[in-house]
Ligand binder design. Structure first.
Ligand SMILES: Cc1cc2nc3c(=O)[nH]c(=O)nc-3n(C[C@H](O)[C@H](O)[C@H](O)COP(=O)(O)O)c2cc1C
Length: 217
């Protein structure tokens, strides 16, 4: 696989084919990408809502009204829409839960290794909670890593995508009771296949020149 080919040919799909669906096995691969995305200290401060049904997509589309109406057809006509959510807290019980999962997955050869991982994760979480006072922002940064993983991965699976920050997060959170579950929506991704009418597919990609954004030392 030539990964740079996919980086250069993937693009933000603005008009989806409303009929074509993503095969189940491909959708499962996309979910695998999300779940396996890296995160600082393996904090995994996320949850993903995956809507492929008309009803599910219509619920997500409630957050694309008024100022965000330009995104509504992208949600309704996509095959699948994924809402990437961040946690709203990182409490001791969740930190203990992460540690137990790592233990169950065979990450620790000794109790000392387990204690070290616990201490390291707590250190980073507390750094952001107390010193930088940006714990929420830090957790959202991790969600954006999952976004990047998903977008490039989708391209390699020849699935088109449209990432969207243009939605009403309060409305989306209310629709799915996210805040009550300790979650908040961060970014939405529509996935599927481009329509022949997608003007954006025909436009050339535009990026700043390599010498401007890369310094090779
Ligand atoms: C975090 C993020 C939010 C975005 N929000 C929207 C959006 O709400 N609606 C939309 O049509 N495109 C949205 N885009 C698409 C960008 O405009 C697009 O990625 C950018 O212009 C680069 O073009 P390309 O993705 O085709 O390479 C978003 C992209 C990202 C990464």
């Amino acid at each position: 696989m030539n990964i740079s080919h996919f980086a250069q040919t993937r693009y933000t799909t603005k008009v989806f084919d409303p009929v074509r669906k993503i095969p189940e096995a491909t959708l499962a691969q996309l979910c695998t990408l999300l779940r396996n995305s890296p995160s600082s200290v393996n904090s995994q401060p996320w949850h993903f809502l995956v809507a492929s049904s008309e009803e599910g997509k219509a619920r997500v589309a409630k957050a694309t009204q008024d100022a965000f109406a330009f995104n509504e057809p992208k949600v309704k006509n996509a095959a699948t829409v994924i809402v990437l959510c961040a946690r709203t807290a990182m409490e001791p019980a969740q930190l203990a839960h992460l540690l137990e999962q790592e233990q169950a997955d065979g990450r620790f050869a000794s109790e000392a290794a387990k204690a070290g991982q616990d201490a390291g994760r707590n250190k980073f979480v507390n750094l952001h909670r107390f010193d930088h006072k940006d714990l929420q922002h830090w957790m959202e940064k991790q969600v954006y890593l999952a976004l990047g993983t998903l977008l490039l991965g989708a391209a390699t699976l020849e699935v088109d995508a449209c990432p969207m920050e243009g939605f009403n997060a309060a409305a989306l959170d209310a629709e799915f009771g996210l805040r009550e579950k300790g979650l908040t929506s961060v970014v939405v991704v529509s996935l599927g296949y481009r329509s022949d009418e997608d003007f954006n597919a025909k436009l050339p990609k535009s990026r700043l020149p390599a010498q401007e954004v890369l310094t090779i030392l």
